[in-house]
Design a protein around this ligand. Structure first.
Ligand code: THU
Length: 150
């Protein structure tokens, strides 16, 4: 955990991610991934993918970074950066997009390593339009509405 404030600087946040890429535990896929996130206090947390011999237990780098931040007391994630050793452009898997939707604003920037000095910048909302959010839980189910009517 470091205390820089690279929310507006995708390159700086990607640098943080790249620095921990070597710690990825990916003996099965040989596909190391690393992520860095910034919380609402400007704290930076990093994560790497952690695989398991029971393949389905593998945890992605983005979720390791986000969950580490939340476990350290963060409530919001204000920026995400993602890099992979073997791909010029890596994009987050669907599960990680859903976890981002839980802790990020739709406008939260996501910086994707392109293998060049200039990251591709997208947003959580662009990566997961119409996300399932807490608002969905508060929508009454039409049938229960009908059964309690009158
Ligand atoms: N992986 C991530 O860490 N993040 C993603 O968003 C995509 C996939 C990891 C999981 C697995 O260890 C490896 O990449 C190959 O799927």
């Amino acid at each position: 955990m470091t205390a820089v404030n690279p929310e507006q600087d995708g390159s700086a946040l990607l640098k943080e991610a790249r620095q921990c890429l070597e710690r990825a535990y990916a003996p099965y896929s040989q596909f190391p991934v690393a992520a860095a996130v910034v919380d609402e206090h400007g704290r930076v947390f990093t994560g790497i993918n952690i695989e398991n011999v029971s393949y389905g237990l593998t945890m992605c780098a983005e979720r390791v970074a986000i969950f580490t931040a939340i476990a350290a007391g963060a409530h919001r994630i204000n920026a995400v950066a993602l890099t992979a050793e073997k791909m010029k452009l890596v994009t987050p898997c669907g599960a990680c997009r859903q976890v981002m939707a839980e802790f990020c604003h739709p406008e939260t920037p996501v910086f994707l390593d392109t293998g060049t000095a200039v990251p591709r910048t997208t947003t959580v909302g662009d990566l997961l339009p119409d996300a399932f959010t807490q608002d969905n839980l508060n929508q009454p189910f039409p049938v229960s509405q009908a059964s309690t009517a009158g």
